[in-house]
Design a protein. Structure first.
Length: 309
């Protein structure tokens, strides 16, 4: 089960990397709020279908009322607050920087898991986690000043490689920090429930459902339903991100049900490596690349190998 959890977490990481790249293109002119609504709302029927196919939908009695409450809170934290904040961070500072900043989630999530879930680290796992952490750190150190920015209003999304908009660093880091806290707390809550049941897909459905209810309530109160129907080039990127994100989250919650947080979370932090690869092919002019980034990739891969042994 640990090996399967490892593979699912790695697949989820790659899928999330591609999601970041597609969201980056979408929020060049689209709204992070619309991106959050579309990706969450589309995720609900997809998770429902997955639950019907696997039969987990008919095992709802195996999760306690307290467990459902924890999953509901997880949905609000991760899929509503965390996702919106992360998309806002991507819009402000770009996909590479926003995702790399999320590396701080690793020590926070592991610390919470060690304290509240009673999990432990052996020497080999500690080394592996450290190396996986070192990869994104080296990537951050390797970054160079961005190319000259242009106002977002002048961007041409019909171009295969649009020019990067201006960078709003303070805004990006602030919302990135909110996302880190939301994602970390949600991971621990989800692990506490799913580890006892193995119902990762059912948990994902509840989490997405909770977020969808919360977001729809917010949209209704704010009177912003019209934004869901806005016609813009960003919508196709958001829809693509929604489907890829569903695959990523489905794999993530199943992985949390099969493997400890100290294995799943560090693997999920390899997302910056996948973001760099996908960005090179899709958003090459939106991000900065350096030869030194290869060092970060190699160190992180070494950490993955150690974790997998």
């Amino acid at each position: 089960m640990l090996g399967l959890g490892f593979l699912l977490a790695l697949f989820s990481s790659a899928s999330l990397g591609l999601t970041v790249v597609t969201i980056r293109r979408g929020v060049l002119k689209g709204s992070p709020a619309v991106a959050t609504l579309i990706t969450v709302l589309l995720g609900v029927p997809l998770f429902l279908l997955a639950n019907v196919v696997t039969g987990q939908l008919f095992r709802t009695a195996e999760i306690t009322l307290q467990g459902y409450l924890a999953l509901f809170v997880t949905g609000i934290l991760q899929m509503a607050i965390g996702r919106y904040s992360f998309y806002r961070s991507i819009q402000a500072i770009g996909g590479n920087q926003a995702e790399l900043f999320q590396a701080l989630q690793v020590p926070l999530s592991i610390a919470i898991a060690l304290i509240f879930l009673g999990e432990s680290l052996n020497m080999q796992s500690t080394i592996g986690v450290g190396l996986v952490l070192a990869g994104p750190v080296l990537v951050v150190l390797a970054r160079t000043p961005p190319k000259p920015a242009v106002p977002a209003s002048t961007l041409d999304l019909t171009s295969a490689t649009p020019i990067a908009p201006e960078v709003r660093m303070q805004e990006g880091l602030l919302f990135g920090l909110i996302a880190i806290v939301s994602f970390s707390a949600g991971d621990v809550l989800a692990r506490g429930v799913l580890a006892d049941t193995g119902l990762g897909l059912l948990g994902g459905l509840v989490i997405y459902g909770a977020a969808a209810v919360t977001l729809l309530a917010w949209v209704a109160i704010a009177g912003r339903f019209h934004e869901l129907h806005e016609a813009s080039p960003a919508r196709r990127w958001f829809l693509l991100a929604a489907f890829i994100g569903f695959l990523a989250q489905m794999s993530r919650y199943v992985a949390l049900a099969l493997a400890p947080v100290y294995v799943v979370v560090p693997l999920m932090r390899t997302v910056p490596l996948f973001v760099l690869v996908f960005s090179f092919f899709i958003n090459r002019r939106l991000e900065v690349f350096s030869l030194k980034i290869v060092m970060g990739v190699l160190v992180a891969v070494l950490g993955l190998i150690i974790l997998a042994l």
